[in-house]
Design a protein around this ligand. Structure first.
Ligand code: CP
Length: 303
């Protein structure tokens, strides 16, 4: 069985298969694909979209969900049980195990103790968010018609934004990708990502403003500054560093789509929502189809 822990472990053709399957399931729902399957969704860190879209995906495919979204009420928090023991117990009940955890590497650790039950990483600290990347890829393919030959800017908290780490690694598997990075200096893309891009010969450039790159872009990927990973004084200073307004999109290409993993705080003003470029709410909806595709492929051993 395949665990879905980090994007580098998925090949380009596996990513394309998931994107293609998501499109098919969006066009033609299939309530049989997870019939008689039980999937755990255990969130040790808060989530709205990831948890609810996974739960929706499982139910729409005919499966059953168990789990929790408030780890404070579990035996880990109340009785001091270890994560490893919890994983061994929960994985004995289910066919697949989706988990989010604040600790980087938690999903990988879980995969070593799940006795072959597939672990799906729903986000581990500031490290990886691979299933967000699957819905991001699907949303890019849906709006641009391709995953090669793209100009994409990442804006905001590129240091702690696990969605940008995963998506950068995924798009690096495709051809003719140009990345533009825009962030406060202390929230810049981590060195290990830049080193991977250098080694792979992928084009990237660092910019001070969004305005200087918007006319060249196919995708503008906004992120929020991660309050929970900064101290209060850093957060207050950084949170309004980059704010996208509708007027800034005046010179954008027709095909430009603004994506955001959400939740949005202040970084996209609501006037952007009414423009043809806004796609973040459709992107969130696509989380259901991408996660349906992933679970169907994993549990039917096509990945
Ligand atoms: N995009 C995302 O991961 O949102 P949640 O934290 O609500 O799951």
């Amino acid at each position: 069985q395949k665990h879905i822990i980090s994007i580098p472990e998925l090949t380009r053709s596996e990513l394309e298969l998931i994107v293609e399957t998501a499109g098919k399931l969006k066009a033609e729902p299939n309530p049989e694909l997870l019939k008689n399957k039980v999937v755990a969704c255990c969130f040790f860190e808060p989530s709205t979209r990831t948890r609810l879209s996974f739960e929706t995906a499982i139910q729409r495919l005919g499966g059953t969900v168990i789990g929790f979204d408030n780890a404070g009420n579990t035996s880990l928090a109340k009785k001091g049980e270890t994560l490893v023991d919890s994983v061994q117990v929960i994985s004995s009940y289910v066919d697949a195990f989706v988990m989010r955890h604040p600790q980087e590497g938690a999903a990988r650790l879980a995969s070593e103790f799940s006795h072959g039950v597939p672990i799906v990483n729903g986000g581990d600290g500031a490290n990886q968010h691979p299933t967000q990347t699957l819905l991001d890829l699907y949303s890019i393919f849906e709006t641009q018609g391709r995953l090669d030959n793209l100009n994409i800017a990442f804006v905001g908290d590129l240091k702690y934004g696990r969605t940008v780490h995963s998506l950068t690694q995924a798009l690096s598997k495709f051809n003719k990708i140009n990345f533009f990075f825009i962030s406060p200096e202390i929230l810049a893309m981590p060195d290990y990502i830049c080193e991977e891009l250098d080694q792979a010969g992928i084009n990237y450039s660092v910019h001070a403003t969004m305005e200087e790159v918007i006319p060249e872009l196919d995708v503008l990927y906004m992120t929020r500054v991660q309050k929970e990973r900064l101290d209060e004084s850093e957060y207050v200073h950084m949170k309004a560093a980059y704010i996208l307004t509708a007027s800034m999109l005046a010179d954008a290409r027709d095909n430009l789509k603004v994506l955001h993993p959400l939740p949005r705080i202040d970084e996209i003003t609501v006037d952007v929502d009414k423009t043809k470029h806004a796609y973040y709410f459709q992107q969130a909806e696509n989380g259901v189809y991408a996660r349906e595709a992933l679970l169907a492929l994993v549990l039917n051993e096509q990945l």
